[in-house]
Design a binder for this molecule. Structure first.
Ligand code: PLP
Length: 350
């Protein structure tokens, strides 16, 4: 329910126990390393502040967002021993905010380092690129003079393909490990969710899972240990009879072979339930699976309720959204399935 007391016709049921048990499993897999949490993109769509509040209770102390607007929204939860790192570093436009914030930047470029030093420095993190060619200083550069004078809390790098069985992960590990001898930092951090599954040697001092916290399965090793955390639910707006030969939805992609009953749900692609689910998504109720029929519209989706005579206008249905399966069906990545979830959902924790 929102603060105004309005109950939206669609909601995300969010499972606190699943979130916490996912984090605890990732922490255990991280061995002696601390286990943090990536809560960028509004906690992958769940709501960053609410995710952070819960993980703090469980003992998580290290959080990661992308930019300073995200950091500002979490400022009130920061305190002694809690760290929030801003992965994209500092632009000129960020300096005012960053100097008053208890969050710290992950410096990624020579320009950012110069900017941070010119403003008086202070504790920071540093990202080194070991083969992804995204953000960070090149691991081949002579980093020591570049980083001279910085007080580095965490030296980071990021794995490009940890969700696959390829050589690149080990190559990145072998490029990153020697930096411990060269660059002085309090801690060293390499692994995301998939990286944690690759084994303890990838954990260093601190791991940074995102996807798996929220129920994503980054690699097979996680499948039995990671629980679904996000359950999209939508209300039935209309139940209707469809006659044999009638078509359903935009562009009449489904034509009823025989008389049937459908329920029209208050969810659509504007909510992140994208058209990849047209004709292949489903909802589950009491052990029955009811298929999505025809095209997903902007705000509406039809399901076949012929076999569910009891369902009526106003009832709630839970869309099948186990991320690995939903990804295979829709062609979207598990990340897109989470971060696309829109602002019209009430987010309700259980
Ligand atoms: C997003 C991100 C993570 C988390 O990755 P997952 O694959 O979601 O576990 C960790 N580190 C960095 C630098 C990131 O950008």
């Amino acid at each position: 329910m929102s603060m105004t007391g309005f109950i939206a016709p669609l909601r995300l049921r969010l499972d606190e126990q699943a979130l916490l048990s996912n984090w605890r499993w990732l922490k255990q897999q991280s061995g002696d390393a601390a286990c943090g949490a990536a809560i960028k993109a509004d906690g992958y769509g769940l709501g960053a502040a609410e995710v952070m509040r819960r993980l703090l209770k469980a003992g998580c102390r290290d959080f990661f967002v992308s930019n300073w607007a995200e950091a500002r929204a979490l400022e009130s939860q920061l305190g002694e021993g809690i760290s929030l790192s801003v992965l994209h570093g500092v632009r000129d436009e960020d300096m005012a905010l960053s100097k008053t914030s208890r969050a710290r930047p992950v410096l990624c470029t020579a320009e950012q380092i110069a900017r941070w030093k010119a403003a008086g420095g202070g504790v920071c993190d540093v990202m080194v690129d070991t083969g992804m060619n995204r953000l960070g200083l090149d691991w081949r550069d002579d980093l020591v003079p570049q980083l001279d004078g910085l007080a580095i809390a965490t030296l980071l790098s990021h794995l490009a393909s940890a969700d696959e069985d390829v050589e690149l992960s080990r190559t990145q590990l072998e490029r990153f490990a020697p930096l411990r001898e060269k660059v002085k930092a309090d801690r060293y951090s390499l692994a995301n969710s998939a990286g944690i599954c690759l084994g303890r040697e990838f954990s260093f001092d601190l791991t940074r899972p995102g996807l798996a916290l929220y129920g994503g399965i980054p690699r097979g090793e996680a499948r039995q240990n990671i629980a679904q955390t996000v359950f999209p639910e939508a209300q039935i707006l209309q139940r209707r009879r469809v006659r044999a030969g009638d078509s359903i939805g935009y562009n009449a992609t489904h034509v009823a072979a025989s008389d049937m009953e459908i329920a029209v749900l208050n969810i659509g692609y504007a909510d992140g339930y994208l058209r990849g689910f047209s004709g292949c998504g489903s909802v589950s109720i009491a052990g029955r699976s009811l298929p999505v029929i025809g095209r997903v519209s902007m705000d509406l989706t039809a399901v076949d309720v012929t076999a569910a005579a009891d369902l009526a206008e106003g009832d709630w249905l839970t869309l099948d959204y186990a991320l690995e399966e939903a990804s295979a069906i829709s062609g979207l990545s598990q990340y897109e399935l989470l971060t696309g979830l829109g602002s019209r959902f009430d987010r309700v924790w259980h």
